[in-house]
Write a protein that binds this ligand. Structure first.
Ligand code: PMP
Length: 294
Protein backbone atom coordinates (compact mmCIF):
# COMPACT_ATOMS: atom_id res chain seq x y z
CA UNK A 1 0.00 0.00 0.00
CA UNK A 2 2.96 2.31 0.48
CA UNK A 3 4.10 2.25 -3.16
CA UNK A 4 1.48 3.95 -5.24
CA UNK A 5 1.13 6.91 -7.51
CA UNK A 6 -0.40 10.07 -6.21
CA UNK A 7 0.06 12.29 -3.22
CA UNK A 8 -0.61 12.40 0.50
CA UNK A 9 -1.26 15.57 2.47
CA UNK A 10 1.40 15.47 5.19
CA UNK A 11 1.83 18.23 7.80
CA UNK A 12 0.49 20.91 5.53
CA UNK A 13 2.12 19.86 2.25
CA UNK A 14 1.33 17.47 -0.55
CA UNK A 15 4.09 14.86 -0.78
CA UNK A 16 4.50 11.95 -3.23
CA UNK A 17 2.65 8.86 -1.91
CA UNK A 18 5.81 6.76 -1.41
CA UNK A 19 7.57 9.56 0.51
CA UNK A 20 4.91 9.94 3.23
CA UNK A 21 7.01 8.20 5.90
CA UNK A 22 7.53 8.40 9.66
CA UNK A 23 10.52 7.45 11.81
CA UNK A 24 10.49 4.04 13.60
CA UNK A 25 10.74 5.84 16.95
CA UNK A 26 7.41 7.56 16.41
CA UNK A 27 5.47 7.65 19.70
CA UNK A 28 2.22 6.89 17.89
CA UNK A 29 3.68 3.59 16.67
CA UNK A 30 4.99 2.43 20.07
CA UNK A 31 2.22 3.70 22.35
CA UNK A 32 -0.74 4.10 19.98
CA UNK A 33 -0.94 7.85 20.58
CA UNK A 34 -2.83 8.30 17.32
CA UNK A 35 -6.38 9.12 16.26
CA UNK A 36 -7.89 8.75 12.84
CA UNK A 37 -10.98 9.07 10.66
CA UNK A 38 -12.57 7.04 7.89
CA UNK A 39 -14.60 9.01 5.37
CA UNK A 40 -16.16 8.45 1.97
CA UNK A 41 -16.59 10.65 -1.04
CA UNK A 42 -19.48 9.90 -3.37
CA UNK A 43 -19.67 11.60 -6.76
CA UNK A 44 -16.83 13.87 -5.66
CA UNK A 45 -18.55 14.98 -2.44
CA UNK A 46 -17.25 13.95 0.98
CA UNK A 47 -20.18 12.76 3.07
CA UNK A 48 -20.38 14.73 6.34
CA UNK A 49 -16.82 16.00 5.93
CA UNK A 50 -17.07 18.65 8.68
CA UNK A 51 -18.55 16.18 11.13
CA UNK A 52 -15.62 13.81 10.57
CA UNK A 53 -13.13 16.66 11.06
CA UNK A 54 -14.86 17.69 14.29
CA UNK A 55 -14.69 14.11 15.51
CA UNK A 56 -10.97 13.96 14.64
CA UNK A 57 -10.32 17.06 16.77
CA UNK A 58 -12.47 15.68 19.58
CA UNK A 59 -10.67 12.29 19.44
CA UNK A 60 -7.29 14.05 19.81
CA UNK A 61 -8.56 16.13 22.71
CA UNK A 62 -9.62 12.96 24.54
CA UNK A 63 -6.05 11.64 24.11
CA UNK A 64 -4.70 14.93 25.47
CA UNK A 65 -3.30 16.52 22.33
CA UNK A 66 -4.32 19.23 19.94
CA UNK A 67 -4.07 18.85 16.19
CA UNK A 68 -2.25 21.97 14.98
CA UNK A 69 -4.56 22.52 11.99
CA UNK A 70 -7.98 24.16 12.06
CA UNK A 71 -11.09 22.42 10.78
CA UNK A 72 -11.14 24.84 7.84
CA UNK A 73 -7.59 23.86 6.84
CA UNK A 74 -8.35 20.14 7.20
CA UNK A 75 -11.62 20.35 5.26
CA UNK A 76 -9.94 22.30 2.46
CA UNK A 77 -7.01 19.83 2.41
CA UNK A 78 -9.41 16.91 1.91
CA UNK A 79 -11.11 18.66 -1.02
CA UNK A 80 -7.81 19.62 -2.61
CA UNK A 81 -6.47 16.08 -2.17
CA UNK A 82 -9.45 14.59 -4.03
CA UNK A 83 -8.91 17.06 -6.88
CA UNK A 84 -5.17 16.41 -7.13
CA UNK A 85 -5.73 12.65 -7.01
CA UNK A 86 -8.57 12.87 -9.51
CA UNK A 87 -10.85 10.91 -7.19
CA UNK A 88 -14.64 10.84 -7.41
CA UNK A 89 -15.66 7.83 -5.31
CA UNK A 90 -13.05 7.52 -2.62
CA UNK A 91 -12.11 6.59 0.92
CA UNK A 92 -10.28 9.22 2.98
CA UNK A 93 -8.04 8.47 5.93
CA UNK A 94 -6.91 11.41 8.06
CA UNK A 95 -4.58 10.37 10.91
CA UNK A 96 -2.94 12.44 13.68
CA UNK A 97 -0.17 11.16 15.95
CA UNK A 98 2.53 12.08 18.41
CA UNK A 99 5.98 12.30 16.81
CA UNK A 100 9.41 11.01 17.70
CA UNK A 101 11.18 13.61 19.89
CA UNK A 102 10.78 11.68 23.14
CA UNK A 103 10.63 7.90 23.45
CA UNK A 104 8.89 6.78 26.60
CA UNK A 105 5.39 6.56 27.98
CA UNK A 106 5.46 10.31 28.50
CA UNK A 107 5.76 12.41 25.36
CA UNK A 108 4.18 15.67 26.43
CA UNK A 109 6.10 17.83 24.00
CA UNK A 110 6.33 15.64 20.93
CA UNK A 111 5.21 17.27 17.71
CA UNK A 112 1.67 16.43 16.65
CA UNK A 113 1.54 15.35 13.02
CA UNK A 114 -1.38 15.06 10.64
CA UNK A 115 -1.58 13.19 7.37
CA UNK A 116 -4.50 12.65 5.01
CA UNK A 117 -4.54 9.91 2.39
CA UNK A 118 -7.28 9.12 -0.11
CA UNK A 119 -7.75 6.27 -2.52
CA UNK A 120 -10.31 5.10 -4.98
CA UNK A 121 -13.25 3.26 -3.44
CA UNK A 122 -15.80 2.43 -6.09
CA UNK A 123 -19.26 2.65 -4.65
CA UNK A 124 -21.14 0.52 -7.11
CA UNK A 125 -24.22 -0.66 -5.43
CA UNK A 126 -24.41 -4.41 -5.95
CA UNK A 127 -27.72 -5.32 -4.33
CA UNK A 128 -27.62 -9.00 -5.30
CA UNK A 129 -24.30 -9.47 -3.45
CA UNK A 130 -25.11 -7.40 -0.40
CA UNK A 131 -28.65 -8.69 -0.05
CA UNK A 132 -27.32 -12.13 0.81
CA UNK A 133 -26.14 -10.68 4.12
CA UNK A 134 -22.82 -11.31 5.82
CA UNK A 135 -21.98 -13.85 8.51
CA UNK A 136 -20.64 -12.73 11.90
CA UNK A 137 -18.64 -14.65 14.46
CA UNK A 138 -19.01 -13.95 18.19
CA UNK A 139 -15.83 -12.18 19.27
CA UNK A 140 -13.79 -13.46 22.19
CA UNK A 141 -12.68 -9.98 23.23
CA UNK A 142 -15.08 -7.52 24.77
CA UNK A 143 -15.36 -3.75 24.54
CA UNK A 144 -13.76 -2.29 27.67
CA UNK A 145 -15.77 -0.22 30.13
CA UNK A 146 -15.56 3.59 29.96
CA UNK A 147 -13.23 3.86 32.96
CA UNK A 148 -10.76 1.51 31.24
CA UNK A 149 -10.58 3.07 27.78
CA UNK A 150 -11.52 6.47 26.31
CA UNK A 151 -14.24 5.07 24.06
CA UNK A 152 -15.37 8.42 22.64
CA UNK A 153 -12.07 8.76 20.81
CA UNK A 154 -11.52 7.07 17.45
CA UNK A 155 -8.12 6.12 18.83
CA UNK A 156 -5.74 3.71 17.14
CA UNK A 157 -5.17 1.83 20.43
CA UNK A 158 -8.81 0.81 20.68
CA UNK A 159 -8.49 -1.09 17.41
CA UNK A 160 -6.15 -3.75 18.81
CA UNK A 161 -9.06 -5.92 19.99
CA UNK A 162 -10.98 -5.13 16.79
CA UNK A 163 -8.16 -6.42 14.57
CA UNK A 164 -7.72 -9.51 16.78
CA UNK A 165 -11.45 -10.24 16.60
CA UNK A 166 -11.71 -9.61 12.87
CA UNK A 167 -8.69 -11.81 12.10
CA UNK A 168 -10.07 -14.63 14.24
CA UNK A 169 -13.47 -14.33 12.50
CA UNK A 170 -11.84 -14.38 9.05
CA UNK A 171 -9.80 -17.47 9.96
CA UNK A 172 -13.08 -19.22 10.76
CA UNK A 173 -14.66 -18.11 7.47
CA UNK A 174 -16.81 -15.26 8.80
CA UNK A 175 -16.85 -11.74 7.40
CA UNK A 176 -16.69 -9.96 10.76
CA UNK A 177 -17.38 -10.42 14.48
CA UNK A 178 -19.97 -9.15 16.92
CA UNK A 179 -18.38 -7.81 20.09
CA UNK A 180 -20.04 -7.78 23.48
CA UNK A 181 -19.11 -5.17 26.07
CA UNK A 182 -17.52 -5.78 29.46
CA UNK A 183 -20.98 -6.41 30.97
CA UNK A 184 -21.76 -9.06 28.37
CA UNK A 185 -24.20 -6.81 26.48
CA UNK A 186 -24.26 -6.63 22.68
CA UNK A 187 -22.01 -3.73 21.60
CA UNK A 188 -20.95 -3.51 17.93
CA UNK A 189 -18.95 -5.17 15.16
CA UNK A 190 -15.20 -4.55 14.77
CA UNK A 191 -15.66 -1.43 12.65
CA UNK A 192 -19.39 -0.83 12.46
CA UNK A 193 -22.46 -0.39 14.68
CA UNK A 194 -25.22 -2.99 14.89
CA UNK A 195 -29.02 -2.86 14.60
CA UNK A 196 -31.78 -5.46 14.92
CA UNK A 197 -35.40 -5.60 13.77
CA UNK A 198 -38.31 -7.31 15.52
CA UNK A 199 -42.07 -6.85 14.99
CA UNK A 200 -41.47 -3.81 12.76
CA UNK A 201 -39.36 -2.00 15.35
CA UNK A 202 -35.64 -1.25 15.26
CA UNK A 203 -33.45 -2.02 18.26
CA UNK A 204 -29.84 -0.93 18.79
CA UNK A 205 -27.53 -0.88 21.82
CA UNK A 206 -26.90 2.36 23.73
CA UNK A 207 -23.53 3.75 22.60
CA UNK A 208 -22.26 4.05 26.18
CA UNK A 209 -18.93 2.26 25.68
CA UNK A 210 -18.37 2.28 21.89
CA UNK A 211 -18.35 4.77 19.03
CA UNK A 212 -21.71 6.40 18.29
CA UNK A 213 -21.02 6.25 14.57
CA UNK A 214 -21.88 9.05 12.17
CA UNK A 215 -23.61 6.44 9.99
CA UNK A 216 -25.46 5.06 13.04
CA UNK A 217 -26.90 8.51 13.78
CA UNK A 218 -27.68 9.10 10.10
CA UNK A 219 -29.53 5.77 9.80
CA UNK A 220 -31.52 6.44 12.99
CA UNK A 221 -32.67 9.73 11.44
CA UNK A 222 -33.55 7.98 8.17
CA UNK A 223 -35.51 5.31 10.07
CA UNK A 224 -37.43 7.92 12.06
CA UNK A 225 -38.18 9.86 8.87
CA UNK A 226 -39.79 6.66 7.57
CA UNK A 227 -41.87 6.45 10.74
CA UNK A 228 -40.05 3.41 12.14
CA UNK A 229 -39.66 3.26 15.90
CA UNK A 230 -35.99 3.12 16.98
CA UNK A 231 -35.33 1.79 20.47
CA UNK A 232 -31.87 2.35 21.97
CA UNK A 233 -31.55 -0.06 24.85
CA UNK A 234 -29.57 -2.81 26.55
CA UNK A 235 -29.49 -5.87 24.26
CA UNK A 236 -28.33 -9.21 25.65
CA UNK A 237 -26.87 -11.94 23.40
CA UNK A 238 -29.64 -14.31 24.60
CA UNK A 239 -32.09 -12.11 22.69
CA UNK A 240 -30.46 -12.67 19.30
CA UNK A 241 -32.75 -15.60 18.51
CA UNK A 242 -35.80 -13.38 18.82
CA UNK A 243 -34.71 -10.83 16.19
CA UNK A 244 -35.85 -11.19 12.57
CA UNK A 245 -33.36 -8.87 10.85
CA UNK A 246 -29.91 -7.54 11.63
CA UNK A 247 -27.69 -5.00 9.89
CA UNK A 248 -24.45 -3.10 10.44
CA UNK A 249 -23.82 0.60 9.82
CA UNK A 250 -20.55 2.41 9.22
CA UNK A 251 -18.75 4.64 6.77
CA UNK A 252 -17.22 1.60 5.07
CA UNK A 253 -20.09 -0.83 5.80
CA UNK A 254 -22.83 1.69 4.84
CA UNK A 255 -25.93 -0.40 5.67
CA UNK A 256 -24.86 -4.05 5.44
CA UNK A 257 -27.39 -6.81 6.08
CA UNK A 258 -26.33 -9.64 8.41
CA UNK A 259 -27.62 -13.15 7.70
CA UNK A 260 -26.05 -14.98 10.63
CA UNK A 261 -24.39 -14.42 14.00
CA UNK A 262 -22.97 -17.70 15.26
CA UNK A 263 -25.98 -20.06 15.41
CA UNK A 264 -28.59 -17.29 14.92
CA UNK A 265 -30.06 -16.62 11.49
CA UNK A 266 -31.67 -13.48 10.14
CA UNK A 267 -33.56 -12.62 6.99
CA UNK A 268 -32.79 -9.57 4.89
CA UNK A 269 -36.18 -7.96 5.32
CA UNK A 270 -38.00 -4.87 4.14
CA UNK A 271 -36.78 -2.51 6.86
CA UNK A 272 -33.15 -3.40 6.22
CA UNK A 273 -33.62 -3.03 2.46
CA UNK A 274 -35.44 0.28 2.83
CA UNK A 275 -32.68 1.75 5.00
CA UNK A 276 -30.01 0.44 2.65
CA UNK A 277 -31.64 2.26 -0.25
CA UNK A 278 -32.38 5.41 1.77
CA UNK A 279 -28.76 5.61 2.93
CA UNK A 280 -27.53 5.05 -0.60
CA UNK A 281 -29.80 7.81 -1.92
CA UNK A 282 -28.70 10.20 0.82
CA UNK A 283 -24.94 9.81 0.35
CA UNK A 284 -25.28 10.25 -3.38
CA UNK A 285 -27.81 13.07 -3.19
CA UNK A 286 -26.92 16.28 -4.92
CA UNK A 287 -27.27 18.96 -2.21
CA UNK A 288 -28.62 21.37 -4.84
CA UNK A 289 -31.30 18.83 -5.78
CA UNK A 290 -32.14 18.22 -2.12
CA UNK A 291 -32.59 21.95 -1.51
CA UNK A 292 -34.83 22.26 -4.54
CA UNK A 293 -37.00 19.41 -3.24
CA UNK A 294 -37.48 20.97 0.20
N1 PMP B 1 -17.51 1.36 15.49
C1 PMP B 1 -16.22 1.22 15.16
C2 PMP B 1 -15.32 0.44 16.07
C3 PMP B 1 -15.74 1.80 13.99
O1 PMP B 1 -14.45 1.66 13.65
C4 PMP B 1 -16.62 2.51 13.14
C5 PMP B 1 -16.11 3.12 11.87
N2 PMP B 1 -15.58 4.40 12.11
C6 PMP B 1 -17.96 2.63 13.52
C7 PMP B 1 -18.37 2.04 14.71
C8 PMP B 1 -18.95 3.39 12.68
O2 PMP B 1 -18.63 4.75 12.69
P1 PMP B 1 -19.00 5.68 11.45
O3 PMP B 1 -20.41 5.42 11.12
O4 PMP B 1 -18.78 7.06 11.97
O5 PMP B 1 -18.08 5.32 10.34
Amino acid sequence: FDQRDGEIWFDGKFVPWADAKVHVLTHGLHYASAVFEGERAYNGRIFKSSEHTERLHASAEVLGFEIPYSSEVINAAKEELLKRMNLVDAYLRPIAWRGSEMMGVSAQHNTIHLAIAAWEWPSYFKPEERLKGIRLDMAKYRRPDPVTAPFKSKAAGLYMICTLSKHEAERKGYADALMLDWRGQVAEATGANVFFVKDGKIHTPNPDCFLNGITRRTVIDLAKARGFEVIERVIMPEELDGFEQCFLTGTAAEVTPVSEIGPHNFTVGEITKTLMLDYDALVRADPAGLKAAE
